[in-house]
Every structure is written in structure tokens, then in C-alpha cells.
Ligand binder design. Structure first.
Ligand code: NAD
Length: 337
């Protein structure tokens, strides 16, 4: 049996990644579409064998309730719409796979979790990196002590944004690069360390006054202190093409994961020699497979959780922890302004 997905929003992540990924996978299929553009929806529906009767607009979205050929929805809309469309899906009796960040606010995130709980439906936030073997291997190296005692983490992730993106509209995006791509650094720090930050300090800035950053930050940096004493420093931007990276420093060695992209996540881990000056010993040098394999894995993972009644790793509660931390980052930045 396959899980039948209704894709909500036919933007870049849906069309170029999630839908081809689901097709590539083995446990899911696309059986319905929600779009504001009828022509586009008809074209995509034909490509995926979706019947015309299973194409919905945002207005008649609640009718998915009456469609027995939908088990789950995939929400790939601007961030401000995640909560509403997730809650409406849960109320219609469907499981929810929602893109990151899970919402614009903590309250919306809590409402999403509550709605799915009341409906008895699963909620997953699309943290695809948490399912990538290379990423999981890196976390294992950290958690099983291969790097010794972890002392510090550094991470960065950003890009140079085009004019006119909804991502620069505060109402639609909830914030700037932090909510969109900085979240990868934040989530990776929490995921690798397995603990929640107790102290957070942050700065934001705008350098390019060219109309892109009238409503959201251009740059954000933040530091975090974890209960173990591990310190993390992270940065994100919409003003430069900042390669995604996370580097974990332990008493015995360092690992570096380059980029949080759709393919080619590369892990290098090295253990330093016992004596200072010894050449480092490479313990791993791995690279991830080609797009859309990550999305095939993500789609199959959620399908399997539904089919086998398993708990979801990147759950709503996991998304909520990032939301709470991001709000603290913004609060700190506002104080430091
Ligand atoms: P996009 O702009 O390409 O697509 C957004 C879709 O929402 C479009 O189909 C658009 O028509 C629709 N839409 C409906 N109402 C809209 C409105 N008022 N304004 C603008 N668009 C509206 O965006 P995207 O890059 O596909 O991002 C969608 C979501 O997916 C975001 O939440 C983003 O953070 C997330 N995302 C996740 C990843 C990942 O790797 N997990 C990557 C990219 C984007």
C-alpha cells in the first residue's frame, strides 16, 4: 500500500523536488493537487496522473475531506500559510507533512500540534537533513564520542536573495534568512548535540538598502550556550552566497559537513593524532546522493510512519523547539539593536 499525497502549493520545492522525489520513492504517490493557478494545476496533474476531480483551489481546499484517495497533505506554501493549511488538513482527517519553518509564530505552531493531536493525525516538519545518512552518521560520531568531548560548533547558511521574493515580506515569511535558511544551522546544532540552548545572544543587520530588506533582516548571527557547556556560533544571510556548513570541534577531532543542499552533503571527519603535530587521521569522507533522492527518502519516511503507526522523528514538537529558539534569537537581536 502507498500513502496518497495531496500537494498544497505548486512552487519550486513541490515541483522540482518533492513531487519527483515521491515518484522516485516507493511508498508514496501524488493523488491530488491544491493550487491557485488552474492551468498550471491541470498541466502538473496530467504529468502525475492526478484526475481533474482531485484538483482543488485554496477556496475549496476543505473538500479534500470527501476525497478518500488522499491520506496526507504536503504543505509547501509561504510560511504564514503553513498553520492554516495544516490545521484545515488535520480537520479534514488527513496526515500533515509541512515545510519548514513550521509557522510564523510559536502560537501557530502549538495550534498545529494540537489540531493534529485532536484529529489523531501525524504531523511531520520537512527537516529532510535529519533523514540523510551522511547527516545521521555525523550525529553518531558526535554522540558516541568519536570526536572526544565536544567543545564548540560553528555553522553558516545563506544566499543572495533576488528582489521581489515573498521571503522578504514579513507578513508572509515571518522573518528573514533566520526563518528560511538559518533554521538549518539551528536545527543541526540541536540535532547533533541532542540538547536545547539555554543561553542565546544575537545581532541582526541590514547593509544593502536596496528595497529587499525593508521588512526583514539581511544578516543574522547568534551564539548559543548548551547545558553541557558546548558553545555554538551561527550566521545566516540573504545578502551573500554563504555556503552551508556545520563544523563540530571535540577534544579528539573535528567534523565538517558542507552544505545543507538537496544533494552532495559532504562529511569529513578527522581525529587528530595523540601528540600535537601528528597528522590528522581521516575517519570518514562521505558524500550524499543526487537530487531528488532526499525527497524520496523524506516522502517514504513519512509514508512508513503512517503505514506502520510509528512516531515521527522530525515531529511538530521538534519544529516548535526551533520556533521557540528563533523567537529568542529575534528577541536578543532586538535588545542588541
Ligand atoms: P515558491 O515561492 O517557489 O512557492 C510558493 C507557492 O505558494 C507557489 O505555488 C505560490 O503560488 C503559492 N502561494 C500561495 N499563496 C501565495 C502568496 N500569497 N504569496 C506567494 N506565494 C503564494 O516557494 P518555495 O521555495 O517552494 O517554498 C515554499 C515553502 O517550502 C516555504 O515554507 C519554504 O521555507 C519551504 N522550502 C523548503 C525547502 C527544503 O529544502 N525543505 C526548500 C525550499 C523551500
Amino acid at each position: 500500500k502507498k500513502i496518497r499525497y495531496c500537494v498544497v502549493g505548486l512552487g519550486r520545492i513541490s515541483l522540482q523536488h518533492f513531487m519527483p522525489g515521491t515518484k522516485m520513492g516507493s511508498l508514496g504517490e501524488i493523488t491530488a493537487i491544491v493550487s491557485g493557478h488552474r492551468d498550471k494545476a491541470l498541466k502538473v496533474a496530467a504529468e502525475y496522473g492526478v484526475p481533474e476531480s482531485s484538483i482543488y483551489s485554496y477556496e475549496d481546499y476543505d473538500k479534500i475531506r470527501d476525497n478518500p484517495n488522499i491520506d496526507a497533505v504536503y504543505i509547501a506554501l509561504p510560511n504564514s500559510m503553513h498553520a492554516e493549511y495544516s490545521i484545515r488538513a488535520a480537520n479534514a482527517g488527513k496526515h500533515v507533512l509541512c515545510e519548514k519553518p513550521m509557522a510564523n509564530t510559536v502560537k501557530e505552531s502549538e495550534d498545529m500540534i494540537a489540531a493534529c493531536k485532536v484529529a489523531g493525525k501525524k504531523l511531520m516538519i520537512a527537516y529532510r537533513c535529519q533523514l540523510v545518512p551522511t547527516f545521521l552518521h555525523a550525529r553518531d560520531l558526535v554522540q558516541k564520542g568519536s570526536l572526544g568531548t565536544i567543545q564548540a560548533v560553528e555553522s553558516a547558511n545563506g544566499f543572495n536573495i533576488a528582489k521581489g521574493e515573498w521571503r522578504c515580506n514579513r507578513k508572509l515569511a515571518g522573518g528573514g534568512p533566520l526563518m528560511d535558511v538559518g533554521i538549518y544551522s539551528l536545527n543541526a546544532c540541536r540535532f547533533f548535540l541532542g540538547e536545547e540552548p539555554v543561553g542565546i545572544n544575537a545581532y541582526t543587520s541590514v547593509i544593502d538598502h536596496d528595497g529587499r530588506f525593508d521588512e526583514v533582516e539581511e544578516n543574522v548571527v547568534w551564539t548559543m550556550k548548551f547545558p553541557s557547556g558546548v558553545l555554538a556560533s551561527c550566521s545566516s544571510t540573504y545578502g551573500a552566497s554563504m555556503e552551508g556548513i556545520i563544523r563540530v570541534h571535540g577534544s579528539k577531532g573535528t567534523l565538517t559537513l558542507t552544505q545543507f543542499g538537496y544533494q552532495g552533503i559532504h562529511l569529513q571527519a578527522r581525529i587528530n593524532g595523540v601528540n600535537r603535530g601528528d597528522p590528522p587521521q581521516m575517519i570518514d569522507d562521505l558524500e550524499e546522493e543526487k537530487d531528488p533522492a532526499q525527497f524520496a527518502r523524506e516522502s517514504d519516511y513519512f509514508s512508513k510512519c503512517i503505514l506502520d503507526g510509528l512516531p515521527v522523528g522530525p515531529s511538530g514538537e521538534e519544529g516548535l523547539k526551533d520556533m521557540k529558539a528563533m523567537m529568542r534569537i529575534y528577541e536578543s537581536a532586538a535588545k542588541n539593536a
